[in-house]
Design a binder for this molecule. Sequence first.
Ligand code: SF4
Length: 233
Amino acid sequence: MSSIRIGGIEKFSIVDFPNRMAAVVFMQGCPWRCPFCHNSHLQDVNAETNIVWRKFLDFLEQRKGMLDAVVFSGGEPLVQENLVQAMEDVKAMGYQIGLHTGGYHPKRFEKILPAVDWVGFDVKAPFDEERYKAVTGGIADVARVLESLQMLIASRKAFECRTTCDPRFLNTDDIYTIADSLKNMGVKEYYLQKYRKVPSDTDTTDGQCLALVEDEKLLLYLRESFDIFDVRR
Ligand code: SF4
């Protein structure tokens, strides 16, 4: 059995894996520091947590037949060295596997991909080193993100890409740029996520939070660019 650090659990979700009833397990640890992060308590991989992987597996044993899938979310699940084994433990119980990731660790991503049934891939900014760094607290390596995304596309696994529209870091042109890059890479499914203000953000107005996800010209362009596109509020 694997050893893995968990920061939280959601026992039932219908929004974290499309068309599946899923449990969500929030992995402890994330190397990035996105200014719009609502899970900052999950960022420190060494933070105290009293959630035990064995107990989560016991919970899944009891829910067999009631849940379809388990989503590994975060934090950033690719931080966990034992992620492959953890996914295999869960898959062996008959569950489908979902993954939420920013693709920060392509080598680990390559190892876990065969076990994964669906991926929600976060695209933080246009694929430019400085822009990506600005949205991840100066940390992300855009080449590694691109390597993971290209691997995902080539794998033919089911996946979506999504971008959180924080107006402090992204403008309309950025979303056009991201969309064109994704379309050219062969991405078929894309979502814009409304920015929900973090407590430290006292300046951004409600109107600014909505501006990108209510830009009708942009939304029309995105609907025409992808097989599936929508806004999440
Ligand atoms: S990648 Fe996700 S968990 Fe990590 S800092 Fe950014 S928003 Fe938070």
